[in-house]
Design a protein around this ligand. Structure first.
Ligand SMILES: [Zn+2]
Length: 144
């Protein structure tokens, strides 16, 4: 896969409503499709794929290219975005490590997927070696 260098436009910090936050405890220790997460917290599936993912929401992709979101990791990410922007928000060049449960550097990212709305890069966590994924809005990413 092609090596990509990222240039990403500035974006606003993700905001969540109090109603969405209040629904987080219903998320469980399981993998959800973006549409299922959306239903649980009362947003559209489009909000998840076009807004949350490019804002650093943790996720995994299976062999068929489907996106899966771990319920508890999603809840942790939302809370960290809300509570402490510095820690929870992913900077450009970072990805969320599901094992370390924190933002880690995404070094030498490889382009794994390019869709209409979302571009996905994958790398390896320096600390634990897990695969880490980072999505950006397709409109924001330019490959050199
Ligand atoms: Zn890690």
């Amino acid at each position: 896969m092609e090596q990509a260098r990222l240039r990403v436009a500035h974006r606003k910090t993700q905001q969540f409503t109090r109603i969405q936050i209040s629904k987080l405890p219903r998320l469980m220790e399981m993998m959800y499709r973006p549409s299922e997460i959306a239903e649980e917290i009362g947003v559209t599936a489009e909000t998840v794929t076009r807004n949350y993912l490019p804002n650093g929401c943790p996720f995994e992709r299976d062999k068929n290219g489907n996106i899966w979101i771990h319920g508890l990791s999603f809840a942790a990410w939302v809370r960290s975005v809300q509570a402490q922007r510095k820690q929870g928000r992913l900077e450009d060049g970072q990805a969320w490590c599901l094992r370390c449960e924190k933002a880690v550097p995404l070094d030498k990212p490889k382009l794994r997927f390019k869709g209409r709305y979302v571009v996905i890069f994958q790398g390896k966590c320096d600390a634990c070696g897990s695969k880490i994924n980072r999505a950006y809005a397709a409109s924001e990413v330019k490959n050199d």
